[in-house]
Design a protein around this ligand. Structure first.
Ligand code: ATP
Ligand code: MG
Ligand code: FE
Length: 337
C-alpha cells in the first residue's frame, strides 16, 4: 500500500511516499527555518502562508522523487493535531481535497504518536516498550503497547525539553534554531563548568514527571552570577552545562521507568533525540535496548506521518471530510488520547 504522508503542523512543509508503513520512497522536507530566523522563533502567520505556497510543489516533488504518479497512491495520512491551527489547516485541507478528487481514503493523525512511531521506519521493534517523546512542544514518558496504544507515565509539568533549548538560546542570542546551535556550541564547552539544578519531583503522582522551567530560569540567571569558581563564564560552557543537565533529567526518569516496569526496550523520538549528548547518554544506559531515529526522522517529517497512517488505513480507521485541525490534544494523564 502506497501512502502519501503530509506534515504541516509547524514550520516544516513535508510530504513523503511510504510503502506499507516501512519503505520510504521519498521524504521531502521544506523547512521554513531561514524565513523565521529574523524573528528568533516561528511566526504562525508567516508559517501558514508559506505552507499555502509550498504544499503543492512539495507534493509534486515528493511524488517525482518516489517515481510514482498520483493515481498510484492508495491513501493519504495527514497531521491534524497538535500544532499551529493555521499551519495544520493547510495540510489537512490539501489532503481532504486530494483524497476526495482521487476517491481514496485519508486519515488525520496525531503528530506526537507519529514522532514516537518514527523509529519503526528503520528498525524492527517489538511491543511493549518505554516510549520517550521529546520535542519542541512535548515531553512524554510512556508505556507503548501498540502503534495506537500509548499509556502516559509522566510528562513535563511546565516547559517542554526542546522549548527550554530554544528559550535559553533565544535569551543568550545564541541564534536560531536553538537546539541545534546549543548542541554545536556544547562541543567546545565544559559540561561541568556550571552546576544547574535538577527538579526534585519524587512524590505522589510525579514519579515520572519532569520540569524544565526551573532549569531554564537558573541558566538565564547565570548571566549575572555563577557558582563554580575557576571556570570561565563562556557561552560554550553555559551551553554544554545546560545541555548536560537537560538531558540528564530525561535519562534519570527513563532509568526509573525501566527499573519499575521491567521493560528494557526504550524507543525515543522527537527533535531533541537529534541531540548528540542525548544519543550518547541513552545508548550507554546499562542493560537496555535503545532505539532512536536517524537525524532526518527526529524532527518533523512526512515519512513518520505516512508510516503510522498506514496502520490506521489498513484497519479501515479512516477520517471523513468533517475532521478538523486541533491545536492541542485533550489534556491527558495516563491514556494518550
Ligand atoms: P512538537 O513535535 O512537540 O509539536 P515540534 O514539532 O516543534 O514540536 P520537533 O520538530 O520534534 O518539535 O523538534 C523541534 C525541537 O527539537 C526544537 O525545540 C529544537 O530546539 C529541538 N532540537 C532539534 N535538534 C536538536 C538538537 N540537536 N539538540 C537539542 N534539541 C534539538
Ligand atoms: Mg520545526
Ligand atoms: Fe514535531
Amino acid at each position: 500500500m502506497l501512502v502519501l504522508g503530509i506534515e504541516s503542523s509547524c514550520d516544516e512543509c513535508s510530504v513523503a511516499v511510504v510503502e506499507d508503513g516501512k519503505r520510504i520512497l521519498s521524504n521531502v522536507i521544506a523547512t521554513q527555518i531561514d524565513l523565521h530566523k529574523p524573528f528568533n522563533g516561528v511566526v504562525p502567520e508567516i508559517a501558514s502562508r508559506l505552507h499555502t505556497e509550498w504544499i503543492y510543489p512539495v507534493v509534486e516533488e515528493s511524488l517525482a522523487e518516489a517515481g510514482v504518479s498520483v493515481d498510484q497512491i492508495d491513501g493519504i495520512a495527514v497531521t491534524n493535531r497538535p500544532g499551529l491551527v493555521g499551519s495544520l489547516l493547510v495540510g489537512l485541507s490539501f489532503a481532504k481535497g486530494l483524497a476526495w478528487s482521487l476517491n481514496i481514503p485519508f486519515v488525520g493523525v496525531d503528530h506526537i504518536r507519529a514522532h514516537l512511531y518514527a523509529p519503526h521506519l528503520e528498525y524492527e521493534i517489538e511491543y511493549p516498550y518505554i516510549g520517550l517523546l521529546v520535542s519542541g512542544g512535548h515531553t512524554i514518558i510512556s508505556k507503548v503497547s501498540g502503534f495506537d496504544d500509548v499509556e502516559v507515565l509522566g510528562t513535563t509539568i511546565d516547559d517542554a525539553c526542546g522549548e527550554a533549548f530554544d528559550k535559553v538560546a533565544k535569551f543568550y542570542n545564541f541564534g536560531y534554531p536553538g537546539g541545534v546551535i546549543i548542541d554545536k556550541m556544547s562541543e567546545k564547552g565544559d559540561p561541568k563548568a556550571f552546576s544547574f539544578p535538577k527538579p526534585n519531583l519524587h512524590k505522589g503522582d510525579h514519579t515520572y514527571d519532569v520540569s524544565y522551567s526551573g532549569l531554564k530560569t537558573a541558566v538565564i540567571n547565570q548571566l549575572d552570577q555563577f557558582h563554580n569558581e575557576g571556570y570561565e563564564k563562556s557561552p560554550e560552557n553555559i551551553a554544554a552545562s545546560f545541555q548536560k543537565t537537560a538531558i540528564d533529567i530525561l535519562i534519570k526518569r527513563l532509568k526509573k521507568a525501566v527499573k519499575n516496569t521491567g521493560l528494557t526496550r526504550v524507543v525515543a523520538g522527537g527533535g531533541v533525540t537529534a541531540n548528540s549528548y542525548f544519543r550518547k547518554a541513552i545508548s550507554s544506559i546499562y542493560g537496555i535496548e535503545a532505539y532512536y531515529p536517524s537525524l532526518k526522522l527526529c524532527t518533523d517529517n512526512g515519512a513518520m506521518i505516512a508510516a503510522i497512517g498506514y496502520h490506521y488505513l489498513k484497519k479501515g480507521d479512516v477520517s471523513d471530510l468533517t475532521v478538523n485541525a486541533m491545536a492541542r490534544v485533550a489534556s491527558f494523564k495516563r491514556k494518550y488520547p
